[in-house]
Design a binder for this molecule. Sequence first.
Ligand SMILES: Nc1ncnc2c1ncn2[C@@H]1O[C@H](COP(=O)(O)OP(=O)(O)OP(=O)(O)O)[C@@H](O)[C@H]1O
Length: 365
Amino acid sequence: MATLELVNLSKRYGKKVWGAKDVNLKVNDGEFVVFLGPSGCGKTTTLRMIAGLEEVTEGKVIIDGKDVTYLEPRKREVSMVFQSYAVWPHMTVYENIAFPLKLKKFPSEEIDKIVREVAEMVKIEELLKRFPSQLSGGQRQRVALARALAVKPKIFLMDEPLSNLDAKLRVKMRTELKAIHHKTGATTIFVTHDQSEAMSMADRIIIMKNGRIEQVGTPDDVYFNSANVFVAGFIGTPPTNFFEMEVVRQSGRIHLKNEHIDIPLNGKNEKIVESYSKNKIIVGIRPENLLITNNKDKAIFTEKILVVEPQGSHQIIAVDLGEQIVKIVVPAFPKYNPDEMINVTFDSERIMLFDIETKSRLEEY
Ligand SMILES: Nc1ncnc2c1ncn2[C@@H]1O[C@H](COP(=O)(O)OP(=O)(O)OP(=O)(O)O)[C@@H](O)[C@H]1O
């Protein structure tokens, strides 16, 4: 087990493309950290630099206080699990797990003990004599996990390890991986582009875009205190509704208005906008923070329902506000129908205000 520190870590491909740029991060001993972001944001590049599989252009990788930036991969005491499993097809499950230990010249009795221990941990004790071709995708991924666990690395690196599995198995493996992490307490860096995977597994999430870190925080931090428009839009399903609004001072109160919506501000939100000098602002409201009300006076807009998407536990209501589809999440009951008129209000504690130019959150988070 170990700590990890990345200092201004950067990777340039060719002359212009920065795969990762100025990545600064401290990972605590035993922490489960997830790199999350859209395709091409630099997650894999960063992970590979930590593993030593990618040459660093600038910056440092520090494991347990020791600068390993130029140390070869096998001397870093990290284990990597890939999306493609990378188990050896000509070896049995037992041999796959045992092989790295043999290379390290462990005595065969100890190898046997470790193989059985990790096989039990990932629930493949029954499969030790089989070859990978006789296993399902999920079982093969467990073998890759067991092999990585067996060498007791200082740090576990996982690059989208669940993305080749079907949706149901992914969700199951998430829970199991989290339980394994709980048991081993190994410092883990996990890469994914799936936000619900990140939210459900991470102690902290590192959200990346264009090679840079946009926000570092717990799942609650990045969801409730999103640092900017990108993070607020990336985290959450359905995504946050964004509105470009004008700041209007009207009979002693501040309103945020556009053609369809009128939001009167009070309390904390009014204070934030009082010290904001521009006349346009971006408002972000998550679908569950828009509320349907019978009181028309409280409505920030009144509109016809376009579509209702039943989800069992809740309903997603879509409303067409002049070329912008607004999504609202409401409980499963009462049932709503298309063409029904609804008055929509909002949870004033939960709206997010962003600078129209910098797109950053306009409050302390
Ligand atoms: N070998 C390479 N040569 C040139 N550019 C590269 C190379 N590898 C990655 N890149 C570029 O670096 C950027 C970051 O890529 P990276 O693979 O780290 O993204 P990612 O977040 O892991 O994406 P994905 O989720 O699609 O795997 C991208 O713009 C990518 O095109």
